[in-house]
Design a protein around this ligand. Structure first.
Ligand SMILES: NC(=O)c1ccc[n+]([C@@H]2O[C@H](COP(=O)([O-])OP(=O)(O)OC[C@H]3O[C@@H](n4cnc5c(N)ncnc54)[C@H](O)[C@@H]3O)[C@@H](O)[C@H]2O)c1
Ligand SMILES: [Zn+2]
Ligand SMILES: [Zn+2]
Length: 367
């Protein structure tokens, strides 16, 4: 079929909205009609050409939500008409990682996905007879996409898809970092560095876990106000003094849990240093620049601080994303303040501009 899609033709150039070919879903694959898609930093990062693992031409987009239109042969997990959120982090349910409760890093389609192919090593997307690669296994800046069934989370039909799409990446990453990776304990103290989509999700997750004190640190007063709305109890403008301020606010000890959601290695270091001696856990969510390293004084670790990373909030997507969306529907998570702009597919480049200007948290494309 012919579909309209936003194609990354050349790095560092605007995306081109054009008609491309999408082939029928193969075995184990599903055709999804997209209803909404968020515009995320990772799309812009890849489009800029700075990401060493990026490739072009490709159809970008990975924060999609839509409706199952057709199922390929042997599809057992989904049926026509199901509402779904796309998962760049799939859950096959069978690999050694899926079978372990200790990680969400499914191994089953990783290599092909990283190279821009569906699990069988081919593409369903093409243009003028030339194959077009799939981005993050999702390619959701398009009217339709074909994805493996293990990379789609079936969600409640009552969930509005233009809100549900945020659970495809940043929001779930932050929520999961607090709920799953760190498993914040009730009554504890938390510091969240960064009040973008990921950091705000971590603030909400810490609140849901019953944290007593949630300090949020960002450079933007407007974003800190959003953090207050998600449950932050204290707000700090970030800077050189941040660690000293956090220590002072926590009786000289530091916080039980700290979260980094900025992508800056200097802030990651602050997050480690703001964690409490004895048991403080620092969870790193941000993606650092190529070649950058995290500088930590080992003594901080010997005296009981721990550092861990979190990919997609440690969530096993097909199980955990529908559960988070049920919590959203139950009124426990306030999604609306994150949606700052609504765009048409033709305006996707405007979405990148808004992001660069830090204008709002998320632009959502409606199809
Ligand atoms: N681990 C994952 O699976 C995963 C998923 C999505 C995004 N990410 C990464 O998480 C990070 C955050 O993503 P986002 O979409 O929320 O980004 P964002 O740019 O919207 O938010 C980052 C925030 O950090 C703040 N900041 C910058 N310098 C700071 C400082 N010195 N102190 C305090 N705050 C500071 C900025 O003001 C901004 O609000 C990025 O690195 C992104 O690549 C990781
Ligand atoms: Zn993303
Ligand atoms: Zn797996």
């Amino acid at each position: 079929m012919k579909i309209r899609a936003a194609v990354l033709q050349e790095f560092a150039k605007p995306l081109v909205i054009e008609e491309v070919e999408l082939a029928e879903p193969g075995p184990g694959e599903v055709l999804v009609r997209l209803v909404a898609c968020g515009v995320c930093h990772t799309d812009m990062y890849t489009a800029s050409g700075v990401d060493p693992s990026g490739y072009a031409p490709t159809v970008l987009g990975h924060e999609g939500a839509g409706v199952v239109e057709r199922c390929g042969e042997g599809v057992s997990l989904l049926s026509e008409g199901d509402h779904v959120v796309t998962l760049f982090s799939p859950q096959c349910g069978e690999c050694v990682h899926c079978l372990s409760p200790l990680t969400n890093l499914c191994l089953s389609i990783r290599e092909q996905q990283n190279r821009g192919y569906l699990p069988d090593g081919t593409t369903r997307l093409s243009r003028g007879g030339e194959p077009l690669r799939h981005f993050m296994g999702t390619s959701t800046f398009a009217e339709y996409t074909v994805m493996p069934q293990i990379a789609l989370a079936r969600i409640d039909r009552e969930a509005p898809l233009d809100r549900a799409c945020l659970f495809a990446c940043g929001l779930s990453t932050g929520l999961g970092a607090a709920i799953r990776t760190a498993a914040v304990r009730a009554g504890s103290s938390c510091v969240v560095f960064g009040a973008g989509m990921v950091g705000l999700g971590a603030v909400a997750g810490a609140r849901l876990q019953g944290a007593e004190r949630i300090i949020c640190v960002d450079m933007s007063p407007e974003r800190l106000e959003l953090a207050r709305g998600q449950g932050a109890t204290d707000l700090l403008i970030g800077g050189e003094e941040t660690v000293a301020q956090v220590l002072e606010m926590t009786g000289g000890f530091g916080a039980d849990y700290t979260f980094e959601a900025t992508g800056s290695v200097a802030v990651m270091r602050q997050a480690v240093e703001s964690a409490r001696m004895g048991w403080g856990l620092c969870t790193v969510c941000g993606v650092a620049g190529r070649g950058e390293t995290l500088d930590v004084v080992p003594r901080l670790l010997i005296t009981g601080r721990r550092v861990c990373g979190s990919s997609f909030g440690g969530l096993k997507g097909r199980d955990d994303v529908p559960a988070l969306i049920r919590r959203y529907l139950a009124g426990e998570i306030d999604v609306d303040p994150f949606i700052s702009h609504r765009l048409r597919l033709e305006e996707v480049n405007r979405g990148f501009e808004l992001m660069e200007a830090q204008d709002g948290i998320r632009s959502v494309i409606a199809f």
